[in-house]
Design a protein around this ligand. Structure first.
Ligand SMILES: [Zn+2]
Length: 217
């Protein structure tokens, strides 16, 4: 019901509160900050390429409007944000992405899926897939309960996702021999992407890359 009412109300930009658009032009410019940058992880970043990924791309830092938009999407269920956010990801990938046969969303925890009723990474992947003309395979699932990542230290996070993901039994054909591009809303240490990559390679993926809307340092 709340979502139905929200859909009837004029949107307000989560980044600045301005009414009228789901995201205003100024906040969109923040989200597009890295659009023209060269591909790959810039030198001097504390965390380089996550293990197992041939390429990692993201659109902007996880701060300001990006953080506000993702909070509005995930916690307020403002699903009108899916299109503009996915458009940023598709534009960055179209500019910098190398290869890629299929988009695979990083699966949300089952408990959170039940609570929210949607998986933001899947929605972003489906919208970006349409824009990029790439198929989307919901090929991964979480293998076991993993503690909430944000509650753990950086090192504990890296260990926490080892073996945490598996390729769904019905999906190996969409993965074997394919170049997978993982899709998530935020990347922090890259440990989640690495955990997914491990499972995908075990199912015969030819290569694994990743795209996120925002990167948290
Ligand atoms: Zn704004």
């Amino acid at each position: 019901m709340k979502r139905l009412l929200d859909a009837l109300l004029p949107p307000a930009c989560p980044g600045c509160g301005r009414e009228g658009k789901v995201v205003c032009e100024r906040c969109l410019a923040h989200l597009a900050r890295r659009r023209g940058e060269p591909a790959g992880v810039p030198l001097g970043l504390a965390v380089a390429q996550p293990a197992g990924l041939v390429q990692l791309e993201w659109c902007c830092a996880y701060s300001g409007p990006a953080r506000a938009c993702l909070h509005a999407l995930k916690y307020d269920g403002e699903l009108r944000l899916v299109e503009p956010l996915a458009e940023q990801m598709a534009a960055r990938w179209a500019r910098a992405g190398i290869g890629g046969d299929v988009l695979v969303p990083v699966p949300v925890h089952a408990a959170r899926l039940r609570q929210r009723g949607f998986d933001q990474a899947e929605l972003l992947a489906r919208a970006a897939g349409r824009m990029l003309h790439l198929p989307v395979a919901q090929a991964l699932e979480r293998a076991a309960k993993t503690a909430a990542q944000h509650a753990l230290s950086r090192r504990a996070r890296a260990a926490n996702v080892g073996g945490a993901f598996m390729v769904k039994p019905v999906q190996p054909n969409s993965i074997a021999g394919r170049w997978v591009v993982l899709v998530d809303d935020v990347v922090t240490t890259g440990a989640t992407f690495s955990g997914c990559a491990q499972a995908l390679y075990a199912s015969g993926a030819a290569a694994v890359s990743g795209i996120a809307l925002a990167r948290e340092r």
